[in-house]
Design a protein around this ligand. Structure first.
Ligand SMILES: NC(=O)c1ccc[n+]([C@@H]2O[C@H](COP(=O)([O-])OP(=O)(O)OC[C@H]3O[C@@H](n4cnc5c(N)ncnc54)[C@H](OP(=O)(O)O)[C@@H]3O)[C@@H](O)[C@H]2O)c1
Length: 264
């Protein structure tokens, strides 16, 4: 067992299911203690299952689930407090933050309400921004901030309008470039974004069966690495490298984490 992240503490937003769950598991497999944030109180069983799965890895990693809506500013200090208390780590020891939680709706600009637009921006951009700001005093030198972007930031999604989502992800990539400099020499923290392609999580279940099938076919055709959609583990392996000490010379990047579907 290669415990390259032993002794580290990771916070993964949206960490109990989908891509976030894959990332939580891989960081824990490599030895990191993991706090996983989720929004929906009815998902407590899913969160408990994710914690159990981590404990069963046998890597010695500890894990907790934290129910907190990231749209609510007041929850950020609660998330930090529960992470430190729940994982029994010291005050300045949250080494890895993975801003993975996001919402996406396949709607045209004409059908985008102000509420839907605001929910998208608050969850996808304002939350990572202010959660990071609140956490800065707890991130030691050598810390890693990993932002989850989407190929939608750089191209129109095949067969689907999701402009509000796309611009939120373009902003995520701007955050990586700006924070890499802002937190670089002064704080010793690297900041990178992962440009993720199509992964069959619950996020894409809002597509109609016909659209889903069309997406699968399109992915198989245009993805350079293999004729298939991505999996949470494909993304988790990249996130785990970026979380590691060995990634120290990568910062301010948006890493192509989409099998070459949209090379950067
Ligand atoms: N799937 C894809 O094809 C794809 C493609 C490109 C990029 N991405 C990006 O990859 C990331 C993960 O996507 P996914 O497909 O794994 O999504 P998902 O299956 O829909 O899971 C989203 C996670 O985010 C959490 N979340 C959403 N809003 C939240 C809030 N207000 N407060 C706290 N947690 C919240 C959810 O919590 P609950 O469990 O409580 O609902 C859930 O755990 C996102 O940033 C997404 O934009 C995905």
């Amino acid at each position: 067992m290669h415990l390259s992240l032993a002794g580290k503490t990771a916070l993964v937003t949206g960490g109990i299911r989908g891509i976030g769950r894959g990332i939580s598991l891989e960081l824990a497999r490599r030895g990191a203690n993991v706090a996983m944030v989720y929004a929906n109180p009815s998902r407590t069983e899913t969160a408990n299952q994710a914690v159990n799965d981590i404990l069963l890895l046998g890597s010695g990693a500890k894990a907790i689930g934290i129910q907190a809506d990231l749209k609510v500013f007041e929850n950020y200090q609660k998330i930090i407090d529960e992470t430190l208390r729940g994982l029994g780590v010291t005050n300045i020891d949250i080494t890895e933050i993975v801003h993975n939680a996001a919402v996406a709706w396949p709607v045209s600009t004409e059908d985008t309400s102000e509420q839907l637009y605001d929910d998208t921006m608050i969850t996808n951009i304002r939350a990572p921004f202010f959660l990071t700001k609140t956490m800065l005093p707890h991130i030691p030198r050598g810390g890693r901030i990993i932002l989850i972007s989407s190929i939608a930031a750089r191209r129109f999604s095949f067969g689907m309008s999701q402009t509000a989502y796309a611009i939120s992800k373009a902003a995520i990539e701007a955050l990586a470039r700006n924070w890499a400099v802002e937190f670089g020499q002064s704080r010793g923290i690297t900041v990178n974004a992962l440009s993720v392609g199509f992964v069959e999580t619950e996020m894409v279940q809002s597509l109609s069966p016909d659209s889903l099938e069309a997406y699968r076919k399109e992915n198989a055709r245009v993805t350079a690495a293999a004729p298939r959609s991505g999996t949470p583990d494909d993304i988790a392996q990249i996130a785990a490298f970026i979380a590691s000490e060995e990634s120290r010379w990568v910062t301010g990047s948006t890493v192509s984490a989409n099998g070459g579907k949209w090379p950067i």
